[in-house]
Design a binder for this molecule. Structure first.
Ligand SMILES: [Zn+2]
Length: 362
């Protein structure tokens, strides 16, 4: 089976977030005959899905030695039931009725093809494991649940960026979800408006003083959802504004949260509450770091010019970095992800394979 055939085969398996059983079982069916140990963790129970994360150990994996992790996720953002592929010499896409699921079947099929090649051709390689996560598209829940500590993982390469091969995410923003709650007092809007405190007006006064968009070079802020009130004749007693702050640096996120708190103090007379929740944590790797040297060496080996970029969207790499395992997200060329126009160039599929092999080649 060629890599392109492997990719098409795996994209036929419908497995959205928390419903990854079918794709996980397919992965097990392929890898176990190669002598690999496939461990399914307890993420299904933790997350309420039907499948856990898969940790795959090659036959000669040695837990006493440091290992690299090759990573992809098992879920697709939308169903791929009834997928019809359109393949020509250049690209693979669908007929436009379903997504292709190149995000992240591309990463998954490249790693699986590599494992098969290692087995059949007896390729020499460094010590490594593979980690296939569930529920990435919901917010990297599988990666959060996975425990890499038993496997001596010192670096992780995540094959899940829509950038083309050659590009990798060297610096990635983190994202903090912020809920602003405003508390008023309800009253009849026509008969006794003076007895009420209008929570929507409070929210409006406060958020009018909070600029949105690009706050500085590394930070953005957005109001995404606003809710409040029950009827036009009632002074609303509550309003909720949901927002997010993204930045490359945790301190800048904190600075912006203090700025928001100050405005609320000045405008709302104590009638507010702020709830924050980390969506994902930022990472920034220096050019001298081992992970950057490794990925750049692998890209150069395959004839690509390494291009380490700054990006604002999270991946499992953010989670592994937060767990203390240096990780980068690597461009695979799964283009226009999450859309019906999604496609993969066959040359990118092959290049991603070369890059991935170069990462663990001995
Ligand atoms: Zn993805």
């Amino acid at each position: 089976m060629t890599l392109a055939e492997q990719f098409i085969e795996l994209t036929k398996i419908n497995s959205v977030s928390l419903q990854e059983r079918r794709i996980a079982d397919a992965v097990k069916r392929i890898l176990q005959p190669l002598g690999m140990t496939v461990i399914e963790d307890d993420a299904a129970k933790k997350l309420g899905g039907n499948c856990g994360n898969l940790i795959c150990l090659p036959k000669n994996y040695d837990s006493a030695k440091p290992s690299a992790a090759l990573c992809a996720h098992l879920d697709t953002v939308q169903p791929t039931e009834g997928i019809v592929h359109i393949v020509d010499n250049e690209r693979i896409k669908t007929d436009g009725r379903t997504i292709l699921g190149g995000d992240d079947r591309l990463g998954l099929s490249v790693i699986i093809h590599l494992l098969k090649e290692i087995h059949t051709k007896n390729l020499h390689h460094k010590n490594f494991i593979c980690v296939f996560t569930v529920a990435e598209e919901l917010g990297m829940y599988g990666a959060e649940a996975v425990d890499l500590s038993p496997y001596n993982v010192t670096k992780a390469f995540v094959l899940d960026s829509a950038k083309r091969p050659g590009t990798y995410i060297k610096e990635c923003a983190g994202c903090e979800l912020v809920t602003l709650k405003f508390f008023g007092k309800s009253s009849h809007a026509g008969i006794a408006p003076e007895e009420g405190i209008n929570a929507i007006a409070l929210a409006a006064k406060a958020i009018a003083q909070m600029p949105t968009g690009k706050i500085n070079q590394e930070t953005t802020f957005n109001f995404g959802i606003i809710k409040g009130g029950s009827a036009t004749n009632v002074v609303p007693d509550s309003a909720v504004v949901e927002c997010e702050v993204r930045s490359l640096y945790r301190e800048k996120i904190n600075q912006h949260l203090s700025f928001i708190e100050n405005i609320l103090q000045q405008t709302c007379n104590g009638r507010y509450a702020v709830e924050t929740k980390s969506d994902f944590v930022p990472y920034v790797h220096s050019s001298e770091s081992e992970i950057v040297r490794d990925i750049e060496r692998a890209l150069t080996t395959t004839g690509l010019t390494p291009h380490g970029v700054r990006y604002s969207g999270g991946s499992d790499a953010n989670v592994y970095n937060a767990k203390g395992v240096p990780a980068v997200n690597i461009g695979t060329g799964a283009q226009k992800p999450h859309s019906l126009e999604e496609f993969v160039l066959i040359e990118d599929l092959l290049k991603t394979y070369e890059v991935t092999y170069a990462l663990i080649e001995k």
